[in-house]
Design a binder for this molecule. Structure first.
Ligand code: FES
Length: 95
């Protein structure tokens, strides 16, 4: 087992990009677009080592309106995230 304490991010943003056949899911309502938007923001603002943005499978919500995001260490959850909400998510991950 390796101790990766030195790699601990200040923020970890997990974005659902789950995909299902014949059911609503975050991939169908912008999950990948949100993931790419956040990842690009982090990279372009020199935050890559301090803010991690990770894709995930279903985070436990049923979505037909927008994707699900959770931000740690605060444990802030956002569901039904749409493009007009992206700037609010950025405010949450600025350090
Ligand atoms: S499909 Fe995204 S939270 Fe379940």
């Amino acid at each position: 087992m390796k101790n990766l304490e030195y790699q601990k991010p200040l923020k970890h943003v997990i974005v659902c990009v789950n995909e299902r056949e014949n059911e609503d899911c975050c991939l169908d309502v912008g999950g990948m677009e949100l993931f790419t938007y956040l990842k690009t923001f982090v990279r372009n603002n020199g935050l890559s080592g301090r803010v991690w943005v990770t894709r995930s499978k279903c985070l436990g919500f049923y979505n037909s309106m927008g994707s699900t995001v959770v931000i740690y260490p605060e444990g802030k959850w956002f569901t039904e995230v749409k493009e007009e909400d992206y700037k609010k998510i950025l405010e949450e991950i600025k350090i």
